[in-house]
Design a protein around this ligand. Sequence first.
Ligand SMILES: C[S@@+](CC[C@H](N)C(=O)[O-])C[C@H]1O[C@@H](n2cnc3c(N)ncnc32)[C@H](O)[C@@H]1O
Length: 316
Amino acid sequence: MSTFSHLPVLAAEVLELLAPKPGGIYLDGTLGGGGHSELILEKIGPQGLLIGVDQDPAALAAATARLTRFGSSFRPVAGQFGDMELLLRQLGVEAVDGIVLDLGVSSYQLDTATRGFSFRFDGPLDMRMNSTGGTTAADLLQELSAAELERIIRDFGEERWAKKIAQRIEQVRRQTPLTTTLQLADLVYQAIPRRFHEERIHPATRTFQALRIAVNGELEQVEKGVRAGFSMLRRGGRMAVISFHSLEDRLVKQLFRGAATGCVCPPKMPCCVCNQRPQIRLVTGKPVTATEAERESNARSRSAKLRVAEKLGTND
Ligand SMILES: C[S@@+](CC[C@H](N)C(=O)[O-])C[C@H]1O[C@@H](n2cnc3c(N)ncnc32)[C@H](O)[C@@H]1O
C-alpha cells in the first residue's frame, strides 16, 4: 500500500476566497489527506472548529494523524458530504462560516492498486471510496444489462464508443468474470477502433471515470452536498467547490446559478408570484484555475476548477 500522499490543489486560491476567520466554524466535506483542512485550521486558531468529513476510513485515519496538533479544533467525521446537514446537527452545529468540497478521488486512492481506481496498476475492480460496504465496479460489470452499462459509460464518461464497449463487456463476461483493472483496460482498448485512440489519453480513461462516478453516486452527492451547503452556511459564509471534469463543473455551475437567481416569474407578470429570492451571490464568475507553476508541479491541478459562492441573508 502507498503512504498517504496528496497535494491540495488551488490551496492559496481556496484560502484567499474562503477567507477563514479566527474562531470560525468550517466544514471540509472532502477531508482526504487533510491538506486544505490544515491550512484552514492554521487560520481559525484554537477558538475555531474544523469538521472534516470523508467516507474513506483510510483518509480519515491519515488526516487525523496529520491534524492531531490542532486538538479539539479538529473533528474528523465518517460519512458523506451529501448528508452534511445531519452530520453537523449530530455535532450540535446549526450553521457554518465556510465549506470546502474538493471533489473526486485523492492521489492516495488513485495510487493504491488494491483500491482499483486506476489502470496504471493491476488490481481488483473495486473503486469504492467507502471501502467498508456497497457495490464495487466488478459488481456493476457483472450485474447490469448491456443497455445500463452503455448509459453509464456514455453519460458519466462522455464516451462516444459506449455502445461498443458495453457490447464487448457483455461478450467477455459470458466467458469470464471481469474482476481486474487491467482486464477492463484491455477490453476497452480492444473495443475502440485503433484509429480513434487519442495520443494523450488512454482509451480506458473515460470508462474508468464513468464506473467510478456510478459506484460512488458522485453526481448525486454533489447535488445534495451543494444544496445542503447553501442551507447550512451562515449569512456571509462561503462555499468553495473544486471540480475535476466537465460533468461535475457543469453541475456545480448550474446549482450555483440556480441559487443565485431571484424571481423566475415570466417578464409579463405584473408582480412576483414565485417568491423566489437569491440564496447566494457568485464570488467567482468564471471558475478559478491553477497557475502555470502549480500545473507544472502538480498534474492533477490541470483540470481543477474552483467556484465560490457566498450566502446572502434574508434582507440582502
Ligand atoms: C480530492 S480528495 C480531497 C483532498 C483534500 N482536499 C486534501 O487536501 O488532502 C477527495 C476526498 O473526498 C472523499 N470524498 C469524495 N466524495 C465524498 C463524499 N460524497 N462524501 C465524503 N467524502 C467524499 C474521497 O474519499 C477523498 O478522500
